[in-house]
Design a protein around this ligand. Sequence first.
Ligand code: GRF
Length: 192
Amino acid sequence: MSDPLRCVVLISGTGTLLQALLDAISAGAVAARVVGVGADREATGLAAARTRGVETFVLPLVRGGDRNAWDEELAQAVARFAPDLVISAGFMKLVGAAFLDRFAGRFINTHPALLPSFPGAHAVRDALRAGVKVTGCTVFAVDEGVDTGPIIAQTPVPVLPGDDEARLHERIKQEERRLLVDVVREWSQHHE
Ligand code: GRF
């Protein structure tokens, strides 16, 4: 039995995807270990890590700050955990070249739309405005673009009459939590 997959998760918000991964790991459903959780702000989701004794770090990007310096600091903060896999789960900052140089190929992101449709920070709102009947979620490998990396897995999610952004996003997140856990499980089964 090889060592569990060492994962670092990056968040910016409520961290329910992180919570789903931690729960799946605790239930023995994924041979992985979240060794660190990072955020660009004091995100409420950090509590999910802290209550489980998972080390966390917060690295704010101050307005007008040096973006490259922040990117390098983020890369170093993540590298300290010696991760096999870095997961952006609602991390609302784009990483730069320094970060990608170190983690490209083992850095995945989850997005609440069926990429390449509706990239960017307002995917759920954009899908609603477009009037699509089916949207969904995507887990992909991060590259230098905005939500443009190679797609790993997707799940369709119906848009229902009367949906507003919050209700549709929650329906998407129910599938997104399952999709992320499945991708991490798959990754853990194939990592050397
Ligand atoms: C997810 O839908 C993710 O795709 C998007 O933000 C949401 C994060 O949700 N970028 P949570 O913070 O894990 O609850």
